[in-house]
Write a protein that binds this ligand. Structure first.
Ligand code: MRU
Length: 348
């Protein structure tokens, strides 16, 4: 699945498979303005760290066309629009990473046409390179899985969360492509249900055996020997190896340690933030209570009872067996393995 993010340069329109409607409906959401892109990001029409980065890159192309309406002041307007885009979601570093990459090729002497061509090329490069990085993670990480393994994953770190193939699901696809028989347990991932809706949807479509489990079944499933490995994605990995990922990930990691199950995190170099030394400094998105208080249109909590809806948590680096990147597999101590493998390289 590599066609869920499509950009039409002729009309400067971004077409997104609307992930809010999956798995039952495959609908397209069209973004023609920066406000549309921000809406799509915030309401999770598109979500998952690398997919957020690709969307932001095309969002810059849309921002440029929109800014030209400001005439002579187009550069000021463009800065304002990029600022709005950058604030859409706080935790996945791929958003600011993509905008930084786009900004870095914008020089003061560029006319809008030259900039437009340069940005379109760069956004397309970010998209195609993301797929290549996922496939490389699949090749490296697939070797860590054994024929017959059942792998637990949390949230959706698949094709839908990237430009295609996936990070955690890319590792699973890499093992399957190498001829191994792999079964997947997809934690349902309350409250947005990325596991039940999206991970199950894309694996089932690919013919990879997947079973959905309630988040609170994790300990029991592990205690019964039903989970051989855990592989998850990441929204941000910092210098000491601490990982921000979907709320509930750190609980899965703690349980995996308790039951002696390897816990792997798969992420491209665009998800690493080496400006931050440890996970306590990562901003955690706090989303609308409605995602917790309601399932669809049905309210499931009493009126006026407050809820928590932190969208991410931090998994301590000490709980992580290895980090799987497009450059290879990193082992503890992560401070040095990350600096050696990621610190020296930039992408794309
Ligand atoms: O809130 P979401 O759905 O954007 O959260 C997504 C995740 O937590 C994913 O695991 C992460 O972005 C990795 S995606 C390859």
């Amino acid at each position: 699945m590599e066609d869920h993010i499509q950009f039409d340069p002729a009309t400067t329109t971004l077409f997104l498979l609307d992930q809010r409607s999956l798995p039952l409906l495959e609908e397209t959401f069209a973004c023609r303005t920066v406000e549309d892109v921000v809406f799509a990001l915030q309401t999770m029409v598109v979500r998952g760290a690398p997919a957020i980065g690709v969307t932001a890159a095309y969002g810059c192309c849309i921002a440029l066309r929109q800014a030209l309406a400001a005439g002579a002041y187009w550069t000021n307007e463009l800065e304002r629009l990029l600022g709005i885009l950058e604030q859409a979601r706080p935790t996945a570093v791929n958003l600011s990473w993509a905008i930084t990459v786009m900004r870095s090729i914008w020089t003061a002497s560029m006319d809008p046409t030259t900039l437009g061509t340069a940005w379109l090329n760069k956004a397309q490069q970010i998209q195609t390179q993301d797929i290549a990085m996922c496939k490389a993670m699949g090749r490296h990480g697939g070797q860590l899985l054994d024929d017959g393994d059942t792998v637990m994953t949390h949230c959706n770190a698949g094709a839908l969360a990237t430009a295609g193939y996936g990070t955690a699901l890319g590792v699973i696809r890499g093992a399957v492509d190498a001829g191994k028989h792999i079964r997947v347990i997809a934690n349902e991932t309350r409250p947005f249900l990325q596991g039940a809706r999206l991970t199950a949807y894309e694996l089932h479509k690919d013919g990879i055996a997947v079973t959905v489990a309630c988040d609170n079944a994790c300990s029991y499933l592990m205690s019964q020997g039903l989970v051989h490995k855990v592989v998850v994605g990441a929204d941000r990995i910092v210098a000491n190896g601490d990982v921000a990922n979907k709320i509930g990930t750190s609980g899965v990691a703690i349980l995996a340690r308790h039951y002696g199950i390897p816990f792997y995190v798969a992420a491209p170099s665009s998800t690493f933030d080496l400006k931050i030394s440890d996970g306590s400094q990562i901003p955690i998105e706090n989303r609308t209570p409605r995602e917790v208080t309601h399932i669809g249109a049905t309210q499931i909590t009493p009126h006026d009872v407050p809820v928590f809806n932190f969208a991410f948590d931090i998994t301590d680096h000490s709980l992580i067996t290895a980090l799987i990147t497009e450059h290879g597999v990193l082992y503890p101590p992560f401070t040095s393995s990350i600096a050696d493998m990621i610190g020296q390289r930039t992408c794309p």
